[in-house]
Design a protein around this ligand. Sequence first.
Ligand SMILES: [Mn+2]
Length: 325
Amino acid sequence: MEKIKTHIHFKAFDQAKIMMLKAKSILIISHKNPDADSIGANLALREILEKLGKKVDSACIDPIPENCTFLSGSDSYLREINPFQYELIISVDCGGHKLLGFHEKHPELLDPNKTLLINFDHHPSNDNFGLVNIVMEKSPSTCFILYLFFNYCAWDISPNMATAMFHGLYYDTGSFMHSNTDADTLRIAGRLKALGGKHEKCVKTLFKSKKLNQLRLWGRVLERIQINADGGLISAVKNEDYKATNSKFEDLSGLIYYLNMVPDTKFTMLITEDMKGNIKGSLRTEREDINLSKIAGFLGGGGHKKAAGFTIPGRLEEKRNWTVM
Ligand SMILES: [Mn+2]
């Protein structure tokens, strides 16, 4: 079998393993507005830690997205927590401490004198908020990192865990279409499938099912596309759009990939109202010479070079320029 070439944080792996084996009660936190990677990683980790005899809870400040509800264990997430009930906290896929969501009500999460936190993530924007930080920027997903970690620990991956981890890996690589898909990604995807991962179910749930009202919402966004002076493709969603199509913010998930399909555009930006008084921006590019993480950073956001986002309070206003020739 070929060797996995990804650079591995062995020392941090060791520390994390020891802390997990020692703790009797563990809380695993998925990031706010969770995605398939954060949920898949959480559930796979929970299953193995439960098999090791631990009392484990999964938590997320926001509801689980519909495309993850088929994963076993997804129905028992906590929406409120008491960090002091646990000997160990693990965050998965949280690209910065703010994405924990719970930190505002529970600042003790970020105080190593009060709680022990292991931070598993792959976002370059990660501010290493844990006591142990396993932040591997070159990894395509957090589920990928967990695969390496479980192997390092010699912990068996069950078919259920393989499905959850495949789901996260498949989602974060945009069905292996993003440039973060390298040979190791495909090797590990293959191994997860061989371990019993239900890959067809992940494919269907993530990329091949759309509701009618969701397509109607997308139609509004597609119709509104403009190319701005900087060569960026831009479209927007207003709160009225959700109402008119009987859809919600979550229904926009995946749309950005379609917007980013026009050749020769420098980048793609979808700006949306989220019905909670915020404007969210999603940015994507195929270009090597553009760093979207930096651009999103100016607006208090973050992410990767080719995929980033931000959230700011406010409302969108449409302005059109008419010229008489
Ligand atoms: Mn991820």
